[in-house]
Design a binder for this molecule. Structure first.
Ligand SMILES: [Zn+2]
Length: 284
């Protein structure tokens, strides 16, 4: 199956009350671990690639790896640009073969965010590519993004509704209290904001910074209208733990397959657990 846009499964996810995971890729092993998990779970899937990951892996490599995974699995797989910072970056990714993009205009003024996001939606929808927009500022650190806690601002529900009405994005990331990276304490998710916005717009809400959020909170957020959840940090933590232990125990180990292989299994297990938690298992 070729790569599909998120509209292949997100409308159904919102209707039926489940969420599809966006699993970010950092190297080859992520593609392998994530697609194997999706195959075993029969789950739709979103590969997330940040601008940093694209620089690291290479734009054409990212697209090729995602295409092979989609082809061989027969599953509905979207390749999604995570936090695209400009119209140019978005267009580059679409031209290279991405089936979905996020345009993050959250650091612009509200009106400017709408204007720029609209421009992206027009161009992307013309070629069947889905778009995620962002409102409010999600705190924490992820790749090129670094938002201090005091600069993180929650989304205003009225603005979020207007943002969707004017841009018609296919998914809306709104800042509701989660943060990128791993939590130290327990995040206070503003379910009331999710509910208010989700009940007024067709598109599902996207939860960024889902790592470290308790399972019950995730389920609750999905029940209020979250239809897409981004996961990256937890996979990285699982991966590095395995590698660290193996190299500590075996200082002579030099074959990367000996430590990357087992760490790939660890990523796969995390992804499978998320697919079950999000309710996307069996929905492919
Ligand atoms: Zn994010």
């Amino acid at each position: 199956m070729p790569l599909v846009s998120m509209n292949h499964f997100l409308p159904r996810a919102k209707q039926e009350g489940f969420a599809v995971g966006q699993f970010n890729v950092n190297n080859l092993e992520y593609f392998q671990a994530i697609i194997e998990a999706a195959k075993e779970e029969r789950s739709p899937l979103i590969f997330g690639a940040s601008e940093g990951a694209i620089r690291y892996i290479g734009l054409n490599n990212v697209v090729a790896l995602a295409k092979v995974a989609a082809d061989e699995s027969g599953l509905p797989v979207a390749l999604h640009l995570d936090h695209g910072s400009s119209f140019d970056v978005v267009m580059k990714c679409i031209r290279a073969g991405f089936s979905s993009v996020m345009f993050d205009g959250s650091h612009y003024s509200f009106e400017e965010n709408i204007r720029l996001t609209k421009k992206v939606v027009e161009a992307a929808h013309a070629v069947g590519v889905s778009v995620e927009g962002e409102l409010g500022t999600i705190g924490g650190v992820e790749d090129d993004l670094d938002v201090a806690e005091e600069d993180a601002t929650l989304a205003n529900p009225e603005e979020a509704i207007r943002f969707w009405e004017e841009t018609r994005v296919d998914a809306v990331a709104i800042a509701v209290g989660t943060a990128h990276g791993m939590y130290k304490g327990e995040p206070k998710i503003r379910y009331d904001i999710i509910e208010k916005v989700a009940s007024k717009i067709e598109a599902p809400i996207v939860l960024h910074g889902g790592s470290g959020v308790p399972d019950e909170s995730i389920k609750k957020a999905i029940s209020y209208g979250v239809g897409k959840i981004n996961v990256n940090t937890e996979n990285q933590v699982a991966q590095v733990q395995v590698i660290r232990e193996l190299l500590d125990k075996n200082p002579d180990m030099i074959d990367p397959r000996k430590y990357l292989g087992p760490s790939r299994e660890a990523i796969k297990e995390v992804v499978k657990g998320k697919m079950r938690l999000f309710g996307s298992s069996g929905k492919a």
